[in-house]
Structures are given as C-alpha cells and as structure tokens.
Design a protein around this ligand. Structure first.
Ligand SMILES: [Zn+2]
Ligand SMILES: [Zn+2]
Length: 474
C-alpha cells in the first residue's frame, strides 16, 4: 500500500521504437492475449470437458461455455473462478511450446507482463461478482487485430527512465538486449515509477503510460476564493457555459471536416476490400485445378489496404486529440480560476436515447469533461458539486424564481414574464446551477473523520469516500 501522504500521477507520452523493438513489443502484446486465453482456458476447463460441450464443433464451444457458466448458480460460479488463484503464469509459459511468427515463445516474453495479465483477469472476475448485470463473465480475446493495435502492462521495477528524460528501458530479458526506447520528453518527475503500460494504436503510433508516486501533484492551482456554475450544452455555439457568460466551444467545424474525410476514405477502403475478396476467390478457384497452387494473399499483405486503414485510424486519432486538447485546456482553466465548481449530474446514457441529440452528445464527451474536471478539482484541494439532474435549471428565472414551463429547446433567449428580466438560456441555467450547488455545498460539506481532509466531491449522497486516505465517511 502506498503511504497516504504520497500521490499517484499518470503520464502518457509517445515512443518511437525501432523495427526490432516494435517486433518485440508487438510480440508482448500477442503474448498478453495468449496468456489471458490460457489462464481463462484453465479456469473454464471443467466446463469445457463436459460431454454436452465436447460434442459441439470446435468453433461453437466457447459460446456454449459462456452460456453454461452464466446459468450456474452464484456459489458454483464463484467456486469455478476461485481456481484462478491456484494457477501460476510460470506453469503456463514453461509448458507452452508455441513458436510465434516472430520466432519467440511465451517464455521469451516479459514475464512481468503475465503477472499483470493475471491481475487484470482477477479484477474482471471481481467486477463480475460485484455487478454481474454490468460486467459479464470474462471472455476469450481475439488475436485477429494483434498486429494493428493492443497494449500490455509491465512492472516498473524492470523499467527505468534514463537521466536524459528521453530514453526508457523496457524490461529485462535474459535472451537478448532490447536497448533503450526513444520517447518524447516525459514530464519531469522525481517520484517512484509504479507501472508501465505500452500501447500500440491503430494509427501505428506507440505510446507509453507510467504511474508515478510523488510527494505532491506537479500542477499547482492557487486558491482564488471564487465559485461558478457550469451548464453543459450541445448547441453549435456553446458547449460549456459559465454563470458569468463565458462560453467554451468545441471546434466543431474542424471535426466535421475530418469526419467527411473519414467517410471518403471509408468508401475507398471498402472498395479495396471488395477487390481483395474477388482476387482471393479467383485464385482459390484456379488453385482447385492447378498443379502448383498460387499463394492466397491475406489482408495484412495488401499494403494499399493497410495504408488506407492507417490513414483512417490517423484521422480518427486527430479528432480524438482535438477533443482531448479542448477538454483538458478548458477544464484546466476552470480549475485554475475557481475554488468551487457546480455541475449537473447528467445522465448521458439516458440522453443518447434521444436520436436527434445522440450524435451531438456523444461528440461532446460529457462524461470525460465531468471526470476530468473532477480529478483536477480534487487534486488541487478544490471542490466540485453535482446537483440533481432533474432540477428545472433552464426554465427557472434566476431573478425571481418563476418557472417558465413552455420554454422549448429552441428558445436560446427569453424574457421572464414575471420580473421582465432578459435571459440568455445557458447563462441563466448556469446561474441556477451555481445557486443550487452552493446550497448543497453548505448542507453536505464535511471533513474526513480519518485524515481530516475536506470533502472535495459533493453529491446529495451522505456517504462518501475520502480521495486521500480512502476512508468511508457517512
Ligand atoms: Zn423573473
Ligand atoms: Zn481521509
């Protein structure tokens, strides 16, 4: 366990592995999935051995196994998954003799990777028993996309950032030297490294994420004594609106432009795909009669197709980056300027059911804004308040409290029939959100009974968990 006085911080930076390093990292991603499937295979073995499963064709078995386990009573299911704790990853990689295309066997992989694989599987199982409706039983993973994307985690004790800050050592391997992997300058930190995750994105970019333990957070946000309310909106000209009228806007035009490009490239890709399929069909038809059969090209050998795929993935990641930059900078600015921020606890999944708004809302990434702002405020010892999402914040006049029932979604501005004040819809809503949040803050504000830190995330629930010492408060 980490000491309560320390904080954990994450960093994600891009790395530039060379060809040989790429091959090895890719192998580890492959090995991670293989290990997951091997562990899960052993856990599910008693079910797979049943006669009713054995009589099925091979490719139908895993589906039936899932169905069978999901029907098992709670206690029996729990007993089945208990067997995972008795399996060691060493027994698997020692006995597995599969030689991968790269020439490696499971034994050549980063063994700390396997430890994390088992841990992740255990977490998946725990999650399932905590909330079976939301988390199904763990399933086997496909290795279909392993050359294009994936990730694996390894322990920090076998890794280390060099003093120059731009090279990282990744693991210790008995058979050969991986060498140092080049990365863009990482954020300066003198803290202890916890764990390291290597990610390969479909756009063929590699990233590395570390978790650091530090004495205090690297970002300093001084107290200002101010508070604000935030209205999240999906109209074109305003996305995040503060109660003082300041609005932040996602660059929709840029995103639309990229989306149109993606649509165009998708047409090209499907054309290339059809072309490949026709060719395969032709070669296979010829091979049926030919004495020396011709090679049937796989999709990964079609360089034009792959180029196209990467191009599309890059466009997608550009959109993601634009959004992330917007969310991070906006939230950071708000967290710098205010000590208390009030937001509506929006039900995103409920809102996306409304089809007209679905696209705009998912694009707006409400949940991400909410989560980002929450951790930023919490880290800075500031407070974020979530008010009830059913409050009539848009329809209520902030001056006199009159509720205008017939206010429609198209009314961006309105005059209060009672006190005749002119309102801009979102600003008025943000003001109401602020007022309601400050009331709630007064009522729910308290200090942790264990470490004395004030409550930073305020909801209408009286029970809360301290983000510093993890103590449960009521
Ligand atoms: Zn009024
Ligand atoms: Zn505490």
């Amino acid at each position: 366990m980490q000491k309560a006085s320390k904080v954990l911080e994450g960093r994600r930076v891009r790395i530039y592995p060379n060809v040989k390093q790429k091959q090895y990292l890719q192998f580890n991603i492959f090995a991670n999935i293989k290990m997951w499937n091997a562990l899960l295979g052993q856990v599910y073995q008693p079910i797979a051995d049943l006669d009713e499963i054995q009589k099925l064709p091979r490719n139908k078995r895993s589906k039936e196994i899932y169905k069978y386990i999901e029907r098992l009573p709670y206690e029996e299911r729990k007993d089945l998954f208990k067997s995972l704790t008795k399996i060691t990853t060493k027994s698997i990689y020692d006995s597995d003799k599969t030689v991968f295309a790269s020439g490696y066997t499971l034994k050549d992989g980063d063994t700390m990777n396997y430890v994390y694989t088992q841990r992740t599987l255990q977490t998946a199982i725990n999650n399932h028993f905590k909330n079976p409706k939301h988390f199904g039983i763990p399933r086997f993973k496909t290795t279909k996309f392993v050359n294009n994307q994936g990730s694996y985690t390894t322990a920090a004790k076998v890794c280390g950032i060099k003093e120059d800050g731009v090279h990282i050592k990744l693991g210790k391997f008995p058979k050969f030297k991986l060498g140092l992997v080049k990365m863009v300058n990482h954020y300066p930190s003198d803290g202890r490294l916890y764990k390291v995750t290597i990610t390969h994105e479909p756009s063929d970019k590699w990233f590395i994420s570390f978790v650091f333990e530090q004495d205090k957070h690297t970002v300093n946000r001084p107290k200002t004594g101010l508070s604000t309310g935030i209205d999240l909106n999906v109209t074109k000209d305003s996305h995040i609106v503060l109660d003082n009228g300041k609005a932040y806007q996602l660059p929709y035009d840029k995103i639309r432009k990229l989306e149109r490009k993606i649509e165009k490239e998708n047409v090209k890709r499907s054309r290339k795909y059809e072309q490949w399929k026709r060719e395969v069909a032709n070669i296979e038809a010829d091979n049926a009669t030919a004495l020396t059969p011709k090679h049937v090209p796989t999709l990964s050998e079609r360089s034009n197709y792959q180029k196209n795929r990467i191009k599309i993935a890059k466009l997608h990641s550009q959109i993601k980056n634009i959004k992330q930059y917007y969310i991070k900078t906006t939230c950071s600015e708000i967290a710098n300027n205010y000590d208390v921020v009030v937001m509506e606890d929006l039900n995103v999944s409920g809102m996306t059911k409304n089809h007209n708004m679905a696209r705009a809302i998912t694009r707006a990434n409400f949940r991400e804004i909410r989560d980002t702002l929450t951790y930023m405020m919490d880290w800075a010892d500031k407070q974020i308040v979530f008010i009830n999402r059913w409050s009539p914040t848009s329809k209520k006049c902030n001056q006199c409290g009159y509720i205008k029932q017939d206010l429609s979604l198209d009314d961006r501005e309105w005059d209060c029939p009672s006190c005749h004040v002119h309102h801009i819809r979102d600003v008025n809503a943000a003001k109401n959100i602020h007022d309601e949040g400050m009331e709630l803050l007064k009522k729910m504000s308290s200090n942790c009974k264990k470490c004395g830190r004030k409550r930073t995330v305020i909801t209408k629930d009286t029970a809360w968990t301290c983000t510093k010492c993890n103590a449960k408060n009521k």
